[in-house]
Write a protein that binds this ligand. Structure first.
Ligand SMILES: [Cu+2]
Length: 297
C-alpha cells in the first residue's frame, strides 16, 4: 500500500477500507515474521496430505453403488491420517536434531511438569475430529442403507415371515419382495451356498446381472460368518438362527472374491467364493442352463 495514495484519497468509505487493508497487512506481516517457517511447514504438510489423499488410491476397484459412497469417507480418513503421520514424523525428526545432547552437556534435562494450555488443545482438537468423523460415518452408513427399517412391512408379509435381524438395504422390504433378484445365502464351515428360489437350484458361485438390485437373505448353518466383497465395499455378518439381509447393486461386469470376514474356525482363511457380475443376457443364459423345473408334489 502506497502511503501517498492513501493520504490523497478523500472518500471516507475508501479511507476506512484502506485502513482495514493496512491493519490486515500488519497482522499478516507480524504472523509471518514470527512463524513463517511453522506456517510454511503446516501448509506443506496439508498440501502433501491432500495431494496424496486425492491421487493415491489404495482401494480395489469400485464395483457397486455403495463403493463411491464408502470411498468418500475413506478419503477423508486417509487425509486426516496422513496429516497426523507426516506432521508427527517431521516433529520427531526436528526434535531429534534440535534437542539432542551436546558435547558439553552433562546431567539431566530440565524437569518439566504439565502444560495446561497444551493439554486443553490436544484434548479439544482430537475430540472435534472424532466427533465429526462419527457424524460423517453415520451419514455414510445411512446413505449406504444401513439405517433402513427392516421389518416394517407387516401387512404385506404373512404372519410366519421370519424376523430380519440386521442388514444393509437401500430399499424397503416391500420393494425387495417385488422388484429384486432374491437369493438365499447359506454359510457353513467353510463354504457359501447360493440358492436361487426362482430357478429352484443351488450354486457355489454367485451370479448376478449388472446394474440390478440384488437382495440376499443370509443364514448360517453353524457359527457366525460374514459375507464380504471388497470391490463392493459391503460386509454383513451371517448369524445362525438370526437371518440378516444384504442388498446391493453391482455396477461393473467382472469376477470378484467373496471372503468370509469372521474368524469361523480352522479353515476360515479358505472360506471364499466368487461373485460373477455379468450382462443381463449372459446372466439369463446361465440362469436358464441351471434352473430346474418345479416339482409338484
Ligand atoms: Cu466363515
Amino acid at each position: 500500500m502506497n502511503l501517498n495514495n492513501f493520504l490523497l484519497t478523500n472518500d471516507a468509505g475508501l479511507k476506512k477500507l484502506n485502513m482495514l487493508r493496512i491493519y490486515i497487512q500488519i497482522i499478516i506481516n507480524q504472523l509471518l515474521n514470527k512463524n513463517i517457517y511453522l506456517i510454511l511447514i503446516i501448509s506443506l504438510v496439508f498440501s502433501i496430505s491432500f495431494w496424496i489423499g486425492f491421487n493415491v488410491n489404495l482401494l480395489p476397484e469400485e464395483a457397486s453403488i455403495n463403493a463411491p459412497i464408502y470411498d468418500e469417507l475413506f478419503k477423508i480418513l486417509f487425509i486426516i491420517g496422513l496429516i497426523i503421520f507426516i506432521g508427527m514424523t517431521i516433529a520427531v525428526i526436528y526434535s531429534l536434531f534440535k534437542f539432542r545432547k551436546r558435547n558439553d552437556q552433562i546431567g539431566d534435562g530440565i524437569a518439566l511438569e504439565g502444560n495446561l494450555s497444551l493439554e486443553i488443545v490436544w484434548t479439544i482438537i482430537p475430540s472435534i475430529i472424532v466427533l465429526l468423523i462419527g457424524l460423517y460415518s453415520y451419514n455414510i452408513y445411512d446413505r449406504m442403507g444401513g439405517m433402513k427399517e427392516l421389518n416394517h412391512n407387516h401387512e404385506m408379509m404373512s404372519s410366519n415371515t421370519e424376523k430380519i435381524w440386521a442388514g444393509i438395504s437401500q430399499v424397503s422390504d416391500n420393494e425387495i419382495a417385488i422388484n429384486n433378484l432374491s437369493i438365499e445365502v447359506s454359510a457353513m464351515q467353510f463354504a457359501f451356498l447360493f440358492n436361487y428360489p426362482k430357478g429352484n437350484f443351488i450354486s457355489g458361485e454367485l451370479h448376478v446381472p449388472v446394474d440390478q438390485k440384488v437382495s440376499m437373505k443370509m443364514e448360517s448353518k453353524d457359527v457366525i460368518h460374514a459375507f464380504w466383497v471388497p470391490e463392493f465395499r459391503i460386509k454383513q455378518d451371517i448369524i445362525p438362527g438370526q437371518p440378516t439381509i444384504l442388498n446391493f447393486t453391482p455396477t461393473k461386469v467382472g469376477k470378484y472374491p467373496i471372503i468370509c470376514a469372521e474368524l469361523c474356525g480352522p479353515y476360515h482363511g479358505g472360506m471364499r467364493a466368487s461373485i460373477i457380475v455379468e450382462e443381463e443376457s449372459d446372466y439369463n443364459e446361465w440362469f436358464n442352463k441351471n434352473k430346474k423345473p418345479e416339482v409338484n408334489l
